[in-house]
Design a protein around this ligand. Structure first.
Ligand code: SAM
Ligand code: SF4
Length: 495
């Protein structure tokens, strides 16, 4: 590592931006306590379990004890009821909507050496690249102009070349792209960010540019495993700097934060409990829980044997249980399922409470505008499992009765953070979202859909309109007016 790089690394972590949030000498993830809950396999009294279901249905965060009971639940009848409850929560809080997005990787330079990641600094076979402003524009033109995405998760490695100045400029570039399409124009309306933990002042700068969700995964919450997979002396090796980054984000005014664990590094039961601990801590300190929770499973990566040899790989059955438990334990949160998973798995677990998923996914640097279409291991962080295009995914979702929402109105009208959490808990946000889902879906069908998708999409919209007519008669006339205006070429009309 060069002297410049060493000095950059040495100045990243601000101890005072960790300790100010700590209640005592240790952080809020209590490994022994979590294991005690999991091992304390109480008699599974059906009455008690059903009380837990009711609590989750009332959109109340579950306690660690209750969550452990769901992790350990064995009675097949109650497991079936847990699935039904998950579905009911999803419908109550988020209705039949699915939000779609695309990941956009801007660079693969990284100072860290995470054992599981293709971008790690010691992985010399990687073809490293950072996109220039022009290249970012070209990628965005494809995403917003050809595919029709409105939301991105923009992904960065941890490196001075992709530090906060770069992040800020790249977001401005992305938001600046407007591409004429069939009737309206393609434009990214919400750029979420997945980056390394940042300092409070840096987060304030991103808030000013207008980021959506700030997403950082703890990867593993288990202290010893965290040390093992993130070598000492690396930035990522500092467990607490990462753990408290959402505290810093919330303090900086970025009030939509996304947490996650990379499943496969340690026991899935522990990680699921720890995600709940994280949500409870944020609720306690800021009155806001995570806007989203992610639960990626470890995927193969170039020249990365760890991804094939971990003893904690999660099988499909346990993966399903993770989703169910999270859906009940943190009922208000958005849940993200990515194209890391195969089409079969995605179709199977989607109804268990997923709210967001990606499509047309390319994770090679520059891969959207590049000529090549195949996955190329040396250019990407890991392999993806579901290459479906956005049009295909939307067609499949429509057949399953889901309306694909491109709505980003909530965050642009200030319905974020605590405000949106309260609305979600009351089931009020759902009303706006339903209407905005219909209008944005209509826009997308007109601007981007294939003939086949447009046909079944329009049939679903008709059904949704009938539902609005009976359930929200007051909003119906305005919605109808919006639909006509959208058909005539107007865009971005929202409730
Ligand atoms: N450098 C930032 C960081 O680590 O926080 C940016 C994120 S990284 C490019 C995005 C996420 O990909 C990581 O947080 C990790 O959970 C996930 N990831 C890394 N290697 C992976 C693998 N082999 N399979 C699946 N997901 C992986
Ligand atoms: Fe870098 Fe993130 Fe990969 Fe770790 S997971 S090597 S921090 S890009």
């Amino acid at each position: 590592m060069s002297e410049n790089l060493k000095s950059w690394v040495a100045n990243r972590i601000k101890e005072d931006e960790i300790v100010k949030y700590m209640d005592d000498d240790s952080d809020f993830i209590k490994d022994d306590e979590i294991w005690k809950h999991i091992k304390d396999d109480k008699q599974q009294d059906p009455v008690r379990i059903r009380e837990i279901f009711e609590k989750a249905l009332a959109v109340e965060t579950l306690s660690p004890e209750e969550t452990a009971m769901l992790i350990n639940l064995k009675n097949p009848e109650l497991v079936e009821e847990m699935k039904e409850t998950a579905l009911k929560i999803k419908l109550k809080v988020y209705d039949n909507r699915i939000v779609t997005f695309a990941p956009l990787y801007l660079g693969d330079y990284c100072v860290n050496n995470c054992a599981y990641c293709g971008f790690r600094t010691s992985n010399t076979i990687m073809k490293r690249k950072i996109l220039s402003e022009d290249e970012i524009r070209r990628e965005t033109e494809v995403l917003a102009g050809k595919i029709g995405h409105k939301r991105l998760i923009v992904v960065y490695g941890e490196h001075p070349l992709t530090g906060v100045d770069y992040i800020e400029n790249s977001l401005r570039t992305i938001y600046g792209v407007k591409v004429p399409v069939r009737k309206g124009f393609g434009h990214i309306r919400r750029a979420n960010v997945n980056a390394a933990p940042l300092q409070i002042d840096e987060l304030k700068r991103l808030q000013e540019v207008g980021i959506g969700t700030f997403q950082v995964f703890q990867e593993t919450y288990h202290h010893e495993t965290h040390r093992k997979v993130h070598p000492e002396g690396t930035l990522k090796g500092d467990y607490k700097w990462r753990l408290y980054c959402m505290h810093r984000a919330l303090e900086a005014g970025v009030d939509d934060v996304g947490i996650g664990a990379l499943y496969g590094l340690y026991d899935w039961r522990f990680e699921t409990m720890a995600l709940l601990y994280h949500a409870i801590e944020l609720e306690k300190k800021f009155g806001i829980g995570p806007h989203t929770v992610s639960f990626p499973r470890l995927e193969p990566a170039a020249n990365t044997p760890f991804t094939q040899s971990s003893e904690y790989m999660v099988n499909d059955e346990d993966f399903e249980r993770i989703i169910l438990v999270l859906r009940l334990a943190i009922p208000y949160t958005g849940m993200i399922l990515t194209a890391r998973e195969s089409r079969e798995i995605r179709d199977k677990v989607l109804p268990l409470g997923i709210t967001q998923t990606d499509a047309s996914t390319r994770i090679g640097i520059g891969a959207y505008s590049d000529r090549y279409t195949e996955q190329e291991l040396e250019r990407q962080q890991f392999m993806i499992g579901d290459p479906r295009s956005l049009d295909e995914l939307i067609r499949d979702l429509t057949k399953m009765g889901y309306i694909t929402s491109f709505c980003t109105a909530g965050y642009r009208c200030g319905r974020t953070g605590k405000c949106i959490m309260d609305l979600l808990r009351e089931g009020t946000e759902g009303k706006y979202c339903k209407l905005n889902a219909i209008t944005t879906f209509k826009e997308w069908l007109l601007d981007f859909a294939s003939e086949e998708t447009a046909k079944i999409g329009d049939a679903l919209i008709k059904k949704e309109l009938d539902e609005v007519k009976t359930k929200m008669p007051k909003a119906y006339n305005k919605l109808n007016e919006y639909i006509t205006r959208i058909e005539n070429g107007e865009r971005d009309l929202y409730f």
